[in-house]
Design a protein around this ligand. Structure first.
Ligand code: ADP
Length: 449
C-alpha cells in the first residue's frame, strides 16, 4: 500500500467507481421518476381529464369546486388499468397558484420546473390552468415494470463497464506516471553503489524530467569531482616524489661516503626541503580557499601603492637577470576593498612567473588602469609566451606547459591556481593573453569599493 503506484491506482479506481456509482444511482432515480411521470401524464391525457377540466372552467369561469374532478371517479376508466396505481394530481390556475391539491397546501405557486412539467389546460387557445402530476404511483403495469427494469439493467451494465474501463485506464495512467520515477530511483541506487556513470532516462511528466535532469547533472559533477580528486592525489604524490628522491638520494650518498658531509651537500638537501615546504603550504592554502576557510581581511586598498611596493621588491632580481622592469600606473583609479596581503601574493606570483619565463634582455611591465567594473592590473612580459593549447589549462592545479623545465625552475604548478581562487574570492577575474616567442600578458581586475 505504501508504493506510489498502488496508492495512485487505488485513488484512481475509487474515484472512478464512486463517480460512476453516484451517476448510475442518479440516472436510475431520474429514469424511474421521469418514466413514471411520463406514464402518468400519458394516462391523464388519455383519460380526458384535462378536457373535462377545460369544460368545467368554460362553464364555471373559475376553478371553485373543480377538485371534485381530481378525485377517484374523475379520472374515468383510462387510468388504473393493468393494476397500476393512480398518480397524485394537483390543479393550478393560469398564474400557477395551486387551487386544488389533496396533499399540499392550496395557495402555493408552481415553480418554473413544475410549470414546465405540468399539462396546460386550454379554453379558446388560452391557458386557464395547469394539471400537475405530483408523484406517480409506485405500482406500474407489468409491461411498464418490465421496460423500467430493462432500462435500469442497461444503466447499471453501462455504469459497470464505464467504471471497469475507467479503473483499468486509471491503473495504466498510475503505472505510466510512476515508471519514470522508478527509473530515476534505479539510477540513484546505481550511483550509490559507486557506478558514477549511472544516468537516469529523461522521460515522463515535466516534474519527473526535471528530477532526472537534476540527477544527471549532479552525477556528472560528482564524476568530474571524483576524477579531479584522483588526479589531485596522483599529482600530489608525483610532486612529493621528486624532492623526496633528491633528499633521500643525497642522504644515502653521504651515508655511503659517496658525498662528503659538507655544508654544500647539506645545503642542497635543505633546498629540496624548502621546495617541499612550499608545495605543502600551497596545497594547504588551496584547500582552505576551496573549502571557504580562507579568512580575508578586506579593507580599502590603494592598488597603485601595492603594485609599486611589490615591483620594487623584484627590481634587483630583475636587474641581476638582465630584465628591465617598468611600472606604469594610472593616476585616477578607484580604491578597491581587498585583503592587501592576498593581492600582494597574487602580484608576486605573476611577477616571479614573468621573471622565470623571461630571458635576459627582456622586459616586464606592470600597469594599472581604471576598468569599467573597478581596477585592471596587468603584468606583461616579453618572455617565452604560452602555447595556445596550454592557455585554457594554466590556471589548473599542477598544470605546467613545459613540465620538466617549469619544475626545474622551482614552480609548484599551483601558483596560478591559487591566484585564480584568491581573485575569485574577491569578486574579480583573472586571465591571460599570450603569444609564443613574443611574451604574455597576465591580467586581473578587482571590483571598485
Ligand atoms: P609554476 O609554479 O609552475 O609557475 P603556475 O601555476 O604559476 O605554476 O604556472 C603554471 C604554468 O603556466 C607554468 O608552469 C608555466 O608553464 C605557465 N606560465 C605561467 N606564467 C608564465 C609566463 N609569464 N610566461 C610563460 N609561461 C607561464
Amino acid at each position: 500500500m505504501n508504493r506510489l503506484v498502488v496508492r495512485l491506482s487505488v485513488a484512481f479506481a475509487t474515484l472512478i467507481l464512486l463517480v460512476t456509482g453516484i451517476l448510475a444511482i442518479a440516472i436510475d432515480r431520474l429514469a424511474d421518476s421521469s418514466f413514471r411521470r411520463y406514464l402518468a401524464q400519458n394516462q391523464i391525457a388519455e383519460s380526458g381529464l384535462s378536457e373535462r377540466l377545460a369544460i368545467w372552467y368554460a362553464q364555471h369561469g373559475s376553478w371553485d369546486g373543480a377538485e371534485r374532478l381530481l378525485s377517484v371517479g374523475g379520472m374515468g376508466g383510462g387510468y388504473g388499468q393493468g393494476g397500476a396505481q393512480r398518480p397524485l394530481l394537483a390543479l393550478a390556475d393560469a398564474t400557477g397558484r395551486v387551487v386544488a391539491d389533496p396533499h399540499a397546501i392550496v395557495g402555493e405557486s408552481l415553480n418554473a420546473t413544475q410549470r414546465r412539467a405540468a399539462l396546460p389546460i386550454l379554453v379558446d387557445q388560452q391557458v386557464v390552468g395547469y394539471l400537475v402530476v405530483q408523484a406517480a404511483g409506485n405500482r406500474l403495469s407489468r409491461a411498464a415494470e418490465l421496460f423500467l427494469q430493462r432500462l435500469r439493467d442497461i444503466i447499471w451494465i453501462t455504469g459497470g463497464i464505464v467504471a471497469l474501463t475507467g479503473a483499468v485506464i486509471g491503473i495504466a495512467i498510475a503505472r505510466q506516471l510512476v515508471q519514470p520515477l522508478q527509473h530515476v530511483a534505479l539510477a540513484v541506487d546505481e550511483l550509490r553503489q559507486g557506478h558514477l556513470t549511472a544516468r537516469a532516462v529523461v522521460e515522463g511528466p515535466i516534474e519527473v524530467r526535471r528530477v532526472a535532469e537534476a540527477f544527471n547533472a549532479m552525477a556528472t559533477e560528482l564524476a568530474a569531482a571524483n576524477q579531479q580528486r584522483r588526479q589531485m592525489i596522483a599529482d600530489i604524490a608525483h610532486e612529493l616524489r621528486t624532492p623526496l628522491t633528491v633528499i633521500q638520494g643525497n642522504l644515502r650518498a653521504i651515508l655511503d661516503d659517496v658525498y662528503p658531509l659538507s655544508r654544500e651537500e647539506v645545503g642542497k638537501i635543505y633546498e629540496a626541503t624548502v621546495g617541499l615546504r612550499r608545495l605543502v603550504d600551497d596545497l594547504r592554502e588551496l584547500s582552505l580557499a576551496d573549502t571557504g576557510q580562507l579568512t580575508l581581511h578586506r579593507q580599502p586598498l590603494d592598488l597603485n601603492q601595492l603594485l609599486a611596493r611589490e615591483a620594487a621588491l623584484f627590481r634587483e632580481l630583475a636587474t641581476v637577470q638582465g630584465v628591465a622592469l617598468h611600472v606604469t600606473l594610472a593616476s585616477e583609479i578607484p580604491p578597491v576593498i581587498a585583503d592587501g596581503e592576498r593581492i600582494a601574493q597574487v602580484v608576486r606570483n605573476l611577477l616571479s612567473n614573468a621573471l622565470r619565463y623571461t630571458p635576459a634582455g627582456g622586459q616586464i611591465m606592470v600597469t594599472s588602469t581604471a576598468h569599467e567594473q573597478g581596477v585592471l592590473v596587468s603584468v606583461i612580459d616579453t618572455g617565452s609566451g604560452i602555447e595556445p593549447t596550454d592557455i585554457p589549462h594554466i590556471f589548473e592545479r599542477f598544470y605546467r606547459s613545459d613540465h620538466g623545465r617549469s619544475r626545474a625552475k622551482g614552480g609548484s604548478g599551483l601558483g596560478l591556481a591559487i591566484a585564480e581562487r584568491l581573485i575569485a574570492l574577491h569578486g574579480g577575474q583573472i586571465g591571460v593573453e599570450s603569444e609564443v616567442g613574443k611574451g604574455s600578458r597576465f591580467w586581473f581586475w578587482l571590483p571598485a569599493a
